[in-house]
Design a protein around this ligand. Structure first.
Ligand SMILES: [Zn+2]
Length: 116
């Protein structure tokens, strides 16, 4: 093949042009793979953080997985995973209080209606 930068003929398997040192198509196709192993984004932590507000149980599970994954990735999105766990726990507690409040309200209404 030929170098895209200087136009000189180079080896088909060469990652870098021997004439100008410019990255070849081989290098360009290899790079994304190297980047994903280097700074892979901790998607599960982001998902967990988002779900913490909507579905705290799903958010909590995803955040715990995200926290484990962040350790594997060398601390990527660790703060986000921790925040996801904390927020999903808080949201869950609030939801339990709200559900308990409404449940007691409904029970009070039913028992009140029954006595009438
Ligand atoms: Zn070149």
């Amino acid at each position: 093949m030929y170098c895209k930068n200087c136009g000189n003929q180079i080896d088909d398997n060469a990652a870098v042009c021997i004439h100008c040192g410019c990255a070849t198509e081989n290098q360009q196709t290899l790079q994304p793979v190297q980047q994903t192993t280097g700074n892979e984004s901790n998607t599960i932590a982001i998902v967990g953080f988002v779900f913490a507000f909507l579905f705290p149980l799903v958010g909590l599970i995803c955040s715990i997985i995200g926290l484990k994954k962040s350790k594997e990735l060398g601390g990527a999105q660790k703060g986000l995973a921790v925040a996801g766990i904390v927020i999903s726990a808080i949201v869950m507690i609030i939801e339990i209080i709200v559900i308990a409040f409404y449940a007691s309200l409904i029970i009070a209404l039913i028992s009140g209606a029954a006595t009438m």
